[in-house]
Design a protein around this ligand. Structure first.
Ligand code: ZN
Length: 493
């Protein structure tokens, strides 16, 4: 009887702790939404000219300790220009991304106003990819301002984050987004054609999108309203505490849905012959991460089949998955993991891509192992083989091969980025996992997820969470791998 009582007590205590954690995440979500800048965008898409016209306001507050003479915004849409210094894709992917030949896109402004007054904005940055909006008298710490922009985005015919193709219209990184402030300064990092060269704070979005009524739209956030008028449909969404807002439109979409926890999971597809399996993968991965890491805090998650030159691309509440990809289910699991690591917990994807890519990839291996689809040892051994072979080949041609995990500009090719970020990143997390065991691994990730949610977490925060839960030795594993001093297979000093 006592034993039963004790067990009951433990069960009650555990349940109370779990409820407290969920409540904590909800209060952090509310706080992030309360403090977030407000984006309001009314956009319309012309499917004949492939031009997206928009009026956008951002009500923003300077939360840094510095004052600014101008607010800076990324213009990722301008990277699709004909005269851009750098293509959005490396040369080896060009034919895949542009199957119909060269095509160009850009963003052009009609007007930019600050607090109601037109201003002399400039387009600058390394590659005409940053909008500088002067603020009269300067923007001081804790002061707010409202920027209003009217612009057109010309879409290119490209299988990429932003562009139209024969089946879908991809609208990723399409609108001017505030540059991230790091150490009191705007980071105006350019668009690299390896990795996901984006860093952004969470914010709130109200977005309406008008397009011909035969289009179905998948988007970040919750659909508030859909109204038809004169052959056009306008969808209105609200998204809170998200770090980006993406959409995919198609006249060919079919949608199937399922509930996971509090979230509605939708799968939009047009060619997938096994749509139920794809939805099941997304839902299975969500359940796996809800259980092992922490609850998904949003009400919506959309997995979208589309045309893209890589396997997939993550956005908050939305994952683009490349139609016909040979690793389709793995891509769904990987992009779903990004909803936790990139989406809820952000990181500097330019400086430390391994934090979200390596982790999402490794967590995908764990999930595939748990379902019986692929044993963990097989995934790890294939990573090991790829990494060791790659480094061995480099060693044959160069002395002092750099084995460190670098920022995007430090990689000489897309292949090198993939090897060091995904493959070596997975091996790093596997090394931690093997050393500390599953229980502590998940506990440390849960702590990281809870502490860093809705922020842009530095790598030190992730490493400290693991060190706190699993012991200080764990930090040495991370450091050795990041600095290129790890010992893997034949690759050792
Ligand atoms: Zn990824």
């Amino acid at each position: 009887m006592k034993k039963i009582l004790c067990t009951l007590l433990v069960v009650c205590l555990v349940a109370a702790c779990c409820l407290a954690l969920v409540a904590c995440k909800k209060s952090k979500f509310k706080l992030a939404a309360k403090n977030g800048d407000e984006y309001t965008i009314a956009a319309s898409y012309d499917d004949q000219t492939h031009i997206l016209s928009a009026v956008q306001t951002i009500k923003m507050t300077n939360r840094s300790e510095n004052s600014f003479e101008a607010v800076k915004l990324h213009l990722y849409a301008n990277q699709y220009r004909q005269d851009a210094q750098n293509s959005v894709v490396p040369a080896v992917y060009r034919a895949k991304a542009y199957p119909n030949g060269d095509s160009w896109g850009d963003i052009a402004f009609d007007s930019v106003k600050v607090d109601g007054d037109a201003v002399a904005y400039t387009v600058e940055g390394q590659d005409c990819d940053v909008l500088s909006v002067p603020v009269k008298g300067g923007l001081f710490p804790d002061k707010s301002t409202t920027i209003e922009m009217t612009y057109q985005v010309q879409l290119a015919n490209v299988h990429h984050r932003l562009g139209y193709n024969e089946h879908t219209v991809n609208l990723g990184n399409w609108y001017p987004v505030l540059c991230h402030i790091d150490n009191g300064n705007y980071t105006e990092s350019p668009y690299y054609n390896v990795g996901d060269p984006f860093v952004s704070e969470v914010a709130n979005y109200t977005v309406s999108m008008t397009l011909p009524e035969n289009y179905i739209l998948a988007a970040t956030g919750e659909l508030q309203e859909a109204s038809n008028k004169n052959g056009f449909v306008t969808y209105r969404y609200r998204a809170e505490a998200v770090r980006d807002f993406a959409m995919v439109a198609s006249t060919e979409f079919t949608k199937i849905s399922q509930k996971v926890g509090d979230a509605q999971v939708n799968y939009f597809y047009y060619a997938d012959a096994d749509c139920e399996a794809s939805l099941a993968t997304a839902c299975g991965m969500m359940e796996y991460l809800n259980k092992n890491v922490g609850e998904y805090p949003y009400k919506q998650y959309n997995v979208v089949e589309t045309e893209f030159c890589y396997g997939g691309m993550e956005y908050p509440n939305l994952a683009m998955i490349t139609s016909g990809s040979t690793s389709y289910q793995e891509a769904i699991a990987h992009e779903t993991a990004h909803q936790w690591f990139y989406g809820v917990v952000g990181n500097d994807q330019i400086a430390n891509a391994w934090m979200d890519e390596g982790l999402s990839e490794f967590v995908t291996y764990l999930y595939l192992d748990s379902t019986g689809a692929m044993p963990l040892e097989s995934s790890v051994s294939s990573c090991m083989q790829s990494y060791v072979t790659y480094v061995d080949v480099l060693n044959r041609f160069y002395s002092n091969v750099d084995r460190s995990m670098r920022e995007l500009s430090g990689y000489k090719s897309d292949g090198e980025y993939v090897i060091f970020t995904y493959v070596k990143g997975s091996l790093m997390f596997n090394s931690v996992y093997e050393t500390v065991g599953a229980n502590k691994f998940w506990k440390a990730l849960g702590k990281y997820y809870d502490e860093a949610c809705f922020t842009v977490a530095p790598s030190s925060q992730m490493i400290e969470c693991f060190a706190d839960v699993c012991g200080k030795e764990t930090a040495k594993i991370f450091t050795a791998f990041v600095e290129g001093k790890e010992i893997i297979g034949k690759v050792s000093d």
